[in-house]
Design a protein around this ligand. Structure first.
Ligand code: 48H
Length: 270
């Protein structure tokens, strides 16, 4: 093996990462959260040709996928969301008509790899902890980002702002981005009451139906939809998360690209 200078490694990492960050300071779409809805949204946004970054506060992706159902390493997926997992090469076992079982680790790996291969950038260890806004009328024009490690340490370090045409809250049960918008931009009149108790079929249907724009520049997908619209939770069945991510990608692509938007989602979600 060749002799390597420590400083060469340091320079390569800082230069390459900084180049990408500079490129990201003005992007088409920021997806917040790399769970099932965020990864799916990121994949189809990138496939639609949009410059897309997914910020994930943890040093791993997958969100709630890894926890399966009470940590049993399987999840249930119902049609037509199975098409999304098949598209990324994730094996599914047939449970009964239109119902499948997925392995959690395979689902995380295949979905994340589909998102990266489509051209979306996933950045780990970064929290979106505030938004950039303009008015009148009130609209969201970017996200405020900080290293997770800084937040955890409690150090007083000012964050940075990243501009985007659309921000999508895919942060799951706590709808963190919407909660910030509701607290810090009162002109939006946004209330985040939280989700209701479990009712699987209603939850799946209503999550997908209510996926979409919350105010100009700000969208919601995945479990954050239930928190915003106070609709039921569904437990470890994940078809609705995938469909919600695909639907929001379709809506954002149509908004940004207009008639030039290509149909990239393999399902008719409405
Ligand atoms: C950066 C953040 C921030 C932030 C959070 O929880 P997730 O898996 O979210 P969804 O909506 O894609 O999927 C929900 C699903 O996992 C689930 O919990 C279900 C179906 N529950 C049903 C039930 O009844 O309980 O992923 C959200 C991701 C996570 O990886 C977070 O770490 C990340 O977002 N995140 N990243 N900045 N402010 N907040």
């Amino acid at each position: 093996m060749k002799d390597v200078e420590e400083s060469t490694i340091t320079r390569a990492i800082i230069r390459k990462a900084a180049e990408e960050w500079i490129n990201l300071t003005e992007t088409d779409v920021i997806v917040v959260g790399a769970g099932p809805s965020g990864l799916t949204a990121g994949m189809y946004l990138a496939k639609a040709g949009l410059k897309t970054v997914v910020f994930e506060r943890k040093l791993s992706f997958g969100g709630g996928i890894g926890g399966g159902g009470m940590q049993f390493h399987k999840l249930v997926i119902q049609a037509p969301a199975d098409k999304i997992l098949r598209e990324v090469g994730c094996d599914l076992e047939l449970l009964e008509e239109d119902m499948y079982v997925a392995d959690t680790t395979a689902m995380i790996a295949k979905l994340a790899s589909g998102t990266i291969d489509a051209g979306a950038k996933i950045i780990l260890g970064v929290i979106v902890d505030d938004l950039i806004y303009r008015d009148p009328p009130p609209r969201i024009t970017g996200a405020v980002v900080q290293w997770t490690s800084v937040i955890m340490s409690g150090l007083h370090v000012d964050p940075l702002g990243v501009k985007a045409k659309a921000i999508i809250d895919c942060t799951g049960h706590d709808a963190e981005v919407l909660a910030v918008a509701s607290r810090k931009i009162p002109e939006l009149n946004l209330v985040v009451p939280g989700e209701k108790s479990m009712w699987v079929s209603q939850a799946e249907k209503l999550t997908v139906e209510n996926t979409g724009e919350v105010c100009p520049g700000l969208y919601v997908a995945g479990m954050a939809v239930a928190a915003l619209r106070q609709t039921p939770r569904m437990g470890p069945i994940f078809g609705g998360m995938l469909l919600s991510g695909a639907k929001v990608a379709q809506l954002v692509a149509a908004k940004i690209l207009g008639e030039k938007a290509r149909r990239v989602v393999p399902i008719d979600i409405g």
